[in-house]
Design a protein around this ligand. Sequence first.
Ligand code: ADP
Length: 487
Amino acid sequence: MVETKQLSHYVGGEWVAGPDGDWTDDLNPSDTSEVLARVPQGTGEIVDRAATDAGDAFVLWRRTPGPQRAELLYRAADILARLRDELGELVAREVGKPIGEATAEVDRGVVILRYFAGEAVHPIGEVIPAQQEGSLQFTLRQPLGPVGFITPWNFPVAIPLWKIAPALAYGNTAVWKPAETASLIATRLAEVFQEAEFPRGVVNLVLGRGSVVGDSIVSHPDVKAISFTGSNATGMAIGRKAAERNIKYQLEMGGKNAAIVLADANLDQAAKLAASGAMRYAGQKCTATSRAVVASEVADSFVSKLRQEIEALPLAPATDPRSAVGPLIDQAAVNRVGQYVSSGQSSGGSLVLGGNLPRGEQFERGYFFEPTVILGVPHDAPVAQEEVFGPLLVVQQAQTVEEAIQLANSTQFGLSVSLFTRDVNAALEYIQDIECGMVRINGDTTGVDPHAPFGGMKGSSSHTREQGTAAKEFFTEVKTVQLNPAS
Ligand code: ADP
């Protein structure tokens, strides 16, 4: 049993309590008898203080030389590397990510910090030949100011870091609101920035509800850009507010990611990676595989291999080293998955696997749901169209490559997709016609390299990209400068 921590906000380099008596309990989703933390409910006043401090800090931080900003980011990376095992375990406890993946996420956080430390000393403009003789013309990328970050619980280390690290590298400051259910990890990350000795006010953390803290950040006049990852409904509302204020915004939202399996595919490889993409961390990734679109002639054989691969992924509490699947985040998520299973069955689908709450003593106090596969639902059924965010895979069939691509494209989302084939012509057609931001061939729909652009098409994103050099596009603004000789 771990001790319950009372958390605070981190504003202007100080830990700020309160308000008194208004908090929510932060539970371990594998075992809800474990209350990890009490999360204070931040207010508009605390956000105001954080935004003001971030504005004051920006004046100095934007002028801090890139190599010095890099040095602090490298220091943060070293501190995070030192905390690897502790934070891996915390991720497993707080958001239910199986401990192997949880620890790998901390490792990824270290790589992200190091990558963006390197970016802080890379070119921030280019020279453009001027029409006028003797003139020098160039672009200069400059930071935006205090940036508001609103982050989800499912990648509580990687997502905040892949947003905040580039923002800081290019000279912005941060006002960050994590998901309530990831408040303890967020607090530990704020402590990492504190220990690395980032100047006061460069990184500010305000804990609490989206509707209060998140909304106050989006509306605050000193906040000059918003970077958000979460649900479509919240993201679109934030986008509208940011557009009204004419500030930059970046939204990463849902997915309904397909694994397309052609008749010539290596079915062992396809089944293994589709099972992994769909079921690891109980499908709680925006890039999780939630549909398999399979060539009809190999559908039976693929489904039987898929079943074996899924059965080989242990469903267990997240801190169990064998765990691959783990719990859902809360009871509402368990109810939601159950409702999609029922609606899939009523629309004509049949269960290949799962569909229930698992039995056993180790599942009694957690939010577990069995890995579930449904076959034979119509392509316009809600379970085949909407993001479920759970361990639920829909298997659909296609007769041709064109039909498979068309089926994969037939949702409002366009985040991640994979194609399993050895046919280079089919792969070429797919690369051209598929409507997704992240396109794989013979790979898992999940997982991204931190130095490659990340983001979706259609309803999945605001069409900006995160990570890699794409981050520079978002977190800086271009000045075109002409320097002419004095006459
Ligand atoms: P999820 O379903 O993954 O929890 P949400 O979109 O609800 O997705 O949450 C993502 C983040 O957005 C969280 O930090 C949440 O607190 C925040 N959020 C929720 N509602 C709002 C809102 N109205 N304004 C700003 N942020 C919000």
